[in-house]
Design a protein around this ligand. Structure first.
Ligand SMILES: N[C@@H](CCC(=O)N[C@@H](CS)C(=O)NCC(=O)O)C(=O)O
Length: 324
Protein backbone atom coordinates (compact mmCIF):
# COMPACT_ATOMS: atom_id res chain seq x y z
CA UNK A 1 0.00 0.00 0.00
CA UNK A 2 1.35 3.42 -0.88
CA UNK A 3 1.40 6.60 1.14
CA UNK A 4 3.83 8.90 2.89
CA UNK A 5 6.36 8.31 5.62
CA UNK A 6 8.04 11.40 7.13
CA UNK A 7 7.06 13.47 4.11
CA UNK A 8 8.40 10.99 1.52
CA UNK A 9 6.25 9.02 -0.91
CA UNK A 10 6.61 5.27 -0.46
CA UNK A 11 4.98 2.41 -2.32
CA UNK A 12 4.77 0.17 0.72
CA UNK A 13 3.83 1.31 4.18
CA UNK A 14 4.39 -1.55 6.61
CA UNK A 15 3.20 0.50 9.58
CA UNK A 16 -0.13 1.26 7.95
CA UNK A 17 -1.18 -2.21 6.90
CA UNK A 18 -4.82 -2.18 5.81
CA UNK A 19 -5.44 -5.88 5.39
CA UNK A 20 -5.85 -7.62 8.71
CA UNK A 21 -6.46 -11.38 8.69
CA UNK A 22 -7.59 -11.14 5.07
CA UNK A 23 -10.07 -8.38 5.93
CA UNK A 24 -9.83 -4.83 4.57
CA UNK A 25 -9.86 -2.26 7.39
CA UNK A 26 -10.05 1.37 6.27
CA UNK A 27 -7.72 3.85 7.96
CA UNK A 28 -9.11 7.06 9.45
CA UNK A 29 -8.59 10.35 7.60
CA UNK A 30 -6.06 12.62 9.32
CA UNK A 31 -7.01 16.15 8.21
CA UNK A 32 -10.21 17.06 10.03
CA UNK A 33 -10.53 20.85 10.04
CA UNK A 34 -13.54 22.68 8.62
CA UNK A 35 -14.49 25.71 6.54
CA UNK A 36 -16.90 27.88 8.50
CA UNK A 37 -19.36 30.68 7.83
CA UNK A 38 -17.67 32.60 10.68
CA UNK A 39 -15.36 35.24 9.12
CA UNK A 40 -12.97 34.91 12.08
CA UNK A 41 -12.60 31.15 11.73
CA UNK A 42 -9.29 29.54 10.79
CA UNK A 43 -10.88 28.63 7.45
CA UNK A 44 -13.60 31.19 6.68
CA UNK A 45 -15.86 30.65 3.67
CA UNK A 46 -14.53 32.64 0.70
CA UNK A 47 -15.14 32.30 -3.02
CA UNK A 48 -12.23 30.69 -4.90
CA UNK A 49 -10.07 30.12 -1.83
CA UNK A 50 -10.62 26.36 -1.36
CA UNK A 51 -9.89 23.86 -4.10
CA UNK A 52 -11.02 20.26 -4.29
CA UNK A 53 -8.87 17.35 -5.52
CA UNK A 54 -10.96 14.44 -6.74
CA UNK A 55 -10.88 11.38 -9.01
CA UNK A 56 -13.73 10.24 -11.23
CA UNK A 57 -13.73 6.69 -9.91
CA UNK A 58 -13.77 7.53 -6.22
CA UNK A 59 -17.16 7.31 -4.45
CA UNK A 60 -15.96 9.42 -1.51
CA UNK A 61 -14.84 12.21 -3.84
CA UNK A 62 -18.09 11.79 -5.77
CA UNK A 63 -20.24 12.66 -2.76
CA UNK A 64 -18.35 15.95 -2.40
CA UNK A 65 -18.89 16.64 -6.11
CA UNK A 66 -22.60 15.87 -5.80
CA UNK A 67 -23.11 18.18 -2.84
CA UNK A 68 -20.92 20.86 -4.46
CA UNK A 69 -23.25 20.75 -7.48
CA UNK A 70 -26.49 20.65 -5.46
CA UNK A 71 -25.41 23.57 -3.29
CA UNK A 72 -24.40 25.79 -6.22
CA UNK A 73 -20.71 25.74 -5.33
CA UNK A 74 -19.11 24.78 -8.62
CA UNK A 75 -18.10 28.37 -9.36
CA UNK A 76 -16.78 28.98 -5.84
CA UNK A 77 -14.76 25.82 -5.26
CA UNK A 78 -12.70 24.68 -8.26
CA UNK A 79 -12.27 20.93 -8.64
CA UNK A 80 -9.34 19.03 -10.17
CA UNK A 81 -9.78 15.54 -11.57
CA UNK A 82 -6.99 12.96 -11.30
CA UNK A 83 -5.56 11.88 -14.62
CA UNK A 84 -6.16 8.16 -14.33
CA UNK A 85 -6.35 5.26 -11.92
CA UNK A 86 -4.28 5.32 -8.77
CA UNK A 87 -0.74 4.52 -10.00
CA UNK A 88 2.89 4.47 -8.88
CA UNK A 89 2.81 8.08 -7.68
CA UNK A 90 -0.76 7.86 -6.41
CA UNK A 91 -3.30 10.34 -7.70
CA UNK A 92 -1.73 12.75 -10.21
CA UNK A 93 -2.96 15.94 -11.85
CA UNK A 94 -2.09 18.14 -14.78
CA UNK A 95 -3.81 21.17 -13.29
CA UNK A 96 -4.01 22.63 -9.81
CA UNK A 97 -4.34 25.80 -7.74
CA UNK A 98 -1.19 27.28 -9.32
CA UNK A 99 -2.40 26.56 -12.84
CA UNK A 100 -1.51 23.83 -15.35
CA UNK A 101 1.62 21.84 -14.48
CA UNK A 102 4.06 20.32 -16.97
CA UNK A 103 3.42 16.60 -17.34
CA UNK A 104 1.92 15.37 -14.08
CA UNK A 105 1.88 16.51 -10.49
CA UNK A 106 1.13 14.03 -7.73
CA UNK A 107 -1.24 14.86 -4.91
CA UNK A 108 1.38 13.70 -2.40
CA UNK A 109 3.39 16.88 -3.15
CA UNK A 110 0.53 18.99 -1.79
CA UNK A 111 0.50 16.83 1.33
CA UNK A 112 4.26 17.35 1.89
CA UNK A 113 3.88 21.05 1.16
CA UNK A 114 1.22 21.24 3.87
CA UNK A 115 2.97 18.96 6.38
CA UNK A 116 6.66 18.40 5.50
CA UNK A 117 6.97 15.33 7.75
CA UNK A 118 3.52 13.88 6.99
CA UNK A 119 3.01 10.17 7.56
CA UNK A 120 -0.23 8.66 6.31
CA UNK A 121 -2.30 8.06 3.22
CA UNK A 122 -2.84 10.45 0.34
CA UNK A 123 -6.48 10.30 -0.58
CA UNK A 124 -9.20 11.99 -2.57
CA UNK A 125 -11.18 14.00 -1.84
CA UNK A 126 -8.72 16.54 -0.44
CA UNK A 127 -9.86 20.09 0.27
CA UNK A 128 -6.91 22.45 -0.16
CA UNK A 129 -6.63 26.01 1.18
CA UNK A 130 -4.80 28.15 -1.38
CA UNK A 131 -4.24 30.95 1.13
CA UNK A 132 -2.29 29.03 3.76
CA UNK A 133 -1.14 26.11 1.56
CA UNK A 134 -2.72 23.66 3.95
CA UNK A 135 -5.19 20.81 3.83
CA UNK A 136 -8.51 21.65 5.42
CA UNK A 137 -9.91 18.13 5.28
CA UNK A 138 -9.53 14.80 3.54
CA UNK A 139 -12.69 13.32 5.04
CA UNK A 140 -15.60 13.32 2.63
CA UNK A 141 -18.34 12.92 5.22
CA UNK A 142 -17.18 16.14 6.86
CA UNK A 143 -16.53 18.02 3.60
CA UNK A 144 -20.17 17.50 2.56
CA UNK A 145 -21.36 18.92 5.88
CA UNK A 146 -19.27 22.06 5.28
CA UNK A 147 -20.62 22.38 1.75
CA UNK A 148 -24.17 22.05 3.06
CA UNK A 149 -23.77 25.06 5.32
CA UNK A 150 -20.60 27.14 5.35
CA UNK A 151 -21.01 28.91 1.99
CA UNK A 152 -24.75 29.71 2.20
CA UNK A 153 -24.03 33.37 2.94
CA UNK A 154 -22.14 33.63 -0.35
CA UNK A 155 -24.46 31.59 -2.55
CA UNK A 156 -27.87 32.27 -1.02
CA UNK A 157 -28.55 28.57 -1.55
CA UNK A 158 -31.20 27.33 0.90
CA UNK A 159 -31.20 23.60 0.20
CA UNK A 160 -30.71 21.64 3.42
CA UNK A 161 -29.29 18.15 3.07
CA UNK A 162 -29.02 17.64 6.82
CA UNK A 163 -32.16 19.20 8.37
CA UNK A 164 -32.36 19.23 12.17
CA UNK A 165 -35.52 17.16 12.48
CA UNK A 166 -34.26 14.43 10.15
CA UNK A 167 -30.80 14.09 11.69
CA UNK A 168 -31.53 11.01 13.79
CA UNK A 169 -32.94 9.24 10.75
CA UNK A 170 -30.11 10.39 8.46
CA UNK A 171 -27.47 9.36 11.02
CA UNK A 172 -29.14 5.99 11.44
CA UNK A 173 -29.04 5.32 7.69
CA UNK A 174 -25.47 6.57 7.35
CA UNK A 175 -24.39 4.30 10.20
CA UNK A 176 -26.17 1.37 8.58
CA UNK A 177 -25.06 1.98 5.00
CA UNK A 178 -21.42 3.05 5.46
CA UNK A 179 -19.98 -0.20 6.85
CA UNK A 180 -22.28 -2.54 4.93
CA UNK A 181 -22.59 -0.88 1.52
CA UNK A 182 -20.31 2.17 0.96
CA UNK A 183 -17.33 0.46 2.56
CA UNK A 184 -18.90 -2.98 2.19
CA UNK A 185 -18.07 -3.11 -1.52
CA UNK A 186 -14.42 -2.44 -0.62
CA UNK A 187 -14.47 -5.06 2.13
CA UNK A 188 -15.77 -7.47 -0.48
CA UNK A 189 -13.42 -6.48 -3.29
CA UNK A 190 -10.26 -6.14 -1.21
CA UNK A 191 -10.74 -9.32 0.87
CA UNK A 192 -7.77 -11.64 0.51
CA UNK A 193 -9.30 -14.78 2.02
CA UNK A 194 -12.42 -16.69 1.01
CA UNK A 195 -13.78 -16.36 4.52
CA UNK A 196 -13.41 -12.57 4.57
CA UNK A 197 -14.99 -12.31 1.12
CA UNK A 198 -17.94 -14.56 2.01
CA UNK A 199 -18.62 -12.56 5.14
CA UNK A 200 -18.44 -9.17 3.42
CA UNK A 201 -20.48 -10.11 0.35
CA UNK A 202 -23.22 -11.58 2.56
CA UNK A 203 -23.46 -8.45 4.68
CA UNK A 204 -23.46 -6.26 1.56
CA UNK A 205 -26.38 -7.98 -0.16
CA UNK A 206 -28.41 -8.33 3.04
CA UNK A 207 -28.10 -4.56 3.42
CA UNK A 208 -29.04 -3.89 -0.22
CA UNK A 209 -32.12 -6.10 0.27
CA UNK A 210 -33.04 -4.12 3.40
CA UNK A 211 -32.65 -0.74 1.69
CA UNK A 212 -34.59 -1.93 -1.35
CA UNK A 213 -37.50 -2.99 0.91
CA UNK A 214 -37.42 0.37 2.72
CA UNK A 215 -37.56 2.25 -0.57
CA UNK A 216 -40.73 0.42 -1.60
CA UNK A 217 -42.71 2.75 0.68
CA UNK A 218 -40.31 5.68 1.16
CA UNK A 219 -39.28 7.87 -1.72
CA UNK A 220 -35.96 8.68 -0.02
CA UNK A 221 -34.06 7.12 2.86
CA UNK A 222 -35.22 9.60 5.48
CA UNK A 223 -38.76 9.86 4.11
CA UNK A 224 -40.03 12.56 1.75
CA UNK A 225 -36.88 14.72 1.65
CA UNK A 226 -33.75 13.84 -0.29
CA UNK A 227 -30.83 14.22 2.13
CA UNK A 228 -27.10 13.60 2.39
CA UNK A 229 -27.87 9.96 3.23
CA UNK A 230 -29.31 9.52 -0.27
CA UNK A 231 -26.35 11.15 -1.98
CA UNK A 232 -23.90 9.02 -0.02
CA UNK A 233 -25.79 5.90 -1.09
CA UNK A 234 -26.15 7.13 -4.67
CA UNK A 235 -22.37 7.36 -5.12
CA UNK A 236 -22.01 3.65 -4.38
CA UNK A 237 -25.08 2.57 -6.37
CA UNK A 238 -24.01 4.39 -9.52
CA UNK A 239 -20.64 2.56 -9.43
CA UNK A 240 -22.12 -0.82 -8.66
CA UNK A 241 -23.12 -2.49 -11.91
CA UNK A 242 -20.29 -0.95 -13.89
CA UNK A 243 -17.52 -1.42 -11.32
CA UNK A 244 -18.14 -3.34 -8.13
CA UNK A 245 -20.21 -6.14 -9.68
CA UNK A 246 -17.25 -7.34 -11.74
CA UNK A 247 -14.04 -5.81 -10.38
CA UNK A 248 -14.97 -6.32 -6.71
CA UNK A 249 -16.92 -9.59 -7.18
CA UNK A 250 -20.11 -8.05 -5.74
CA UNK A 251 -22.11 -10.22 -8.06
CA UNK A 252 -25.06 -11.85 -6.29
CA UNK A 253 -27.32 -9.29 -7.92
CA UNK A 254 -27.01 -6.08 -9.93
CA UNK A 255 -28.64 -2.81 -8.87
CA UNK A 256 -30.62 -3.14 -12.09
CA UNK A 257 -32.16 -6.33 -10.65
CA UNK A 258 -33.57 -4.52 -7.60
CA UNK A 259 -37.05 -3.09 -8.26
CA UNK A 260 -36.70 -0.07 -5.97
CA UNK A 261 -32.97 0.62 -6.03
CA UNK A 262 -32.83 0.65 -9.82
CA UNK A 263 -35.57 3.28 -10.08
CA UNK A 264 -34.21 5.27 -7.14
CA UNK A 265 -30.76 5.30 -8.79
CA UNK A 266 -32.23 6.65 -12.02
CA UNK A 267 -34.14 9.37 -10.17
CA UNK A 268 -31.04 10.58 -8.37
CA UNK A 269 -28.85 10.35 -11.47
CA UNK A 270 -31.33 12.55 -13.35
CA UNK A 271 -31.37 15.22 -10.62
CA UNK A 272 -30.21 18.58 -12.10
CA UNK A 273 -26.41 18.85 -12.03
CA UNK A 274 -25.71 15.28 -10.92
CA UNK A 275 -25.01 13.52 -14.24
CA UNK A 276 -22.07 15.91 -14.71
CA UNK A 277 -20.46 14.44 -11.59
CA UNK A 278 -20.60 10.89 -13.00
CA UNK A 279 -18.42 9.61 -15.84
CA UNK A 280 -19.31 5.94 -16.17
CA UNK A 281 -16.49 4.95 -18.52
CA UNK A 282 -13.85 6.51 -16.26
CA UNK A 283 -15.40 4.91 -13.17
CA UNK A 284 -15.10 1.55 -14.87
CA UNK A 285 -11.53 2.22 -15.99
CA UNK A 286 -10.52 3.37 -12.49
CA UNK A 287 -11.83 0.21 -10.82
CA UNK A 288 -10.48 -2.21 -13.41
CA UNK A 289 -7.19 -0.29 -13.22
CA UNK A 290 -6.62 -1.46 -9.63
CA UNK A 291 -3.93 -4.14 -9.92
CA UNK A 292 -4.75 -5.74 -6.57
CA UNK A 293 -8.13 -6.82 -7.93
CA UNK A 294 -7.34 -6.92 -11.66
CA UNK A 295 -3.64 -7.56 -12.38
CA UNK A 296 -4.07 -7.41 -16.18
CA UNK A 297 -5.83 -4.06 -15.91
CA UNK A 298 -8.01 -5.09 -18.86
CA UNK A 299 -11.23 -3.08 -18.83
CA UNK A 300 -14.25 -5.18 -19.89
CA UNK A 301 -16.52 -4.03 -22.70
CA UNK A 302 -19.74 -4.24 -20.69
CA UNK A 303 -22.05 -3.96 -19.02
CA UNK A 304 -24.19 -1.53 -20.95
CA UNK A 305 -25.65 0.83 -18.39
CA UNK A 306 -28.24 3.48 -19.24
CA UNK A 307 -29.43 5.64 -16.36
CA UNK A 308 -31.38 8.09 -18.50
CA UNK A 309 -34.57 6.03 -18.85
CA UNK A 310 -37.82 6.70 -16.97
CA UNK A 311 -38.20 5.87 -13.25
CA UNK A 312 -41.29 5.15 -11.17
CA UNK A 313 -40.45 7.11 -8.03
CA UNK A 314 -43.13 9.70 -8.69
CA UNK A 315 -45.68 7.20 -7.31
CA UNK A 316 -44.36 7.90 -3.80
CA UNK A 317 -44.98 11.09 -1.88
CA UNK A 318 -42.02 13.38 -1.58
CA UNK A 319 -41.03 16.85 -2.59
CA UNK A 320 -37.39 15.91 -2.41
CA UNK A 321 -36.15 19.33 -1.45
CA UNK A 322 -36.02 20.63 2.09
CA UNK A 323 -35.09 24.28 2.53
CA UNK A 324 -33.55 26.02 5.52
N1 LIG B 1 -12.39 8.35 4.47
C1 LIG B 1 -12.02 8.90 3.27
C2 LIG B 1 -11.67 7.82 2.25
C3 LIG B 1 -11.13 8.37 0.98
C4 LIG B 1 -10.45 7.29 0.14
O1 LIG B 1 -10.14 6.17 0.61
N2 LIG B 1 -10.22 7.58 -1.16
C5 LIG B 1 -9.54 6.63 -2.01
C6 LIG B 1 -10.04 6.70 -3.43
S1 LIG B 1 -11.64 5.95 -3.62
C7 LIG B 1 -8.07 6.97 -2.08
O2 LIG B 1 -7.71 8.09 -2.33
N3 LIG B 1 -7.23 5.95 -1.87
C8 LIG B 1 -5.82 6.10 -1.92
C9 LIG B 1 -5.15 5.16 -0.95
O3 LIG B 1 -5.87 4.40 -0.29
O4 LIG B 1 -3.93 5.20 -0.84
C10 LIG B 1 -13.14 9.79 2.80
O5 LIG B 1 -14.30 9.36 2.85
O6 LIG B 1 -12.88 10.91 2.42
Amino acid sequence: MSGMVDGRWVTSMPAAEEIKGGRFVRMDSLFRDAVSADPDAKYPAEAGRYHLFVAWGCPWAARTLAVRALKGLTGLIPAYYALSAFGGEGWTYDDGPNGPVPETYPLHRYYSKAVPDYTGKVTVPTLWDTQTNSIVSNESSEIIRMFNKAFDGLTGNRLDLYPDDLRPEIDRWNDYIYPRINNGVYRTGFATTQEAYDEAVGVLFDALDTVDAHLATNRYLAGDACTEADWRLFCTLVRFDIGYHGAFKCNLRRIEDYPQLSNYLRELYQWPGIADTVWLERIKADYYGLTNVNPSRIVPAGPIVDLTGPHDRGRLAGKGIREK
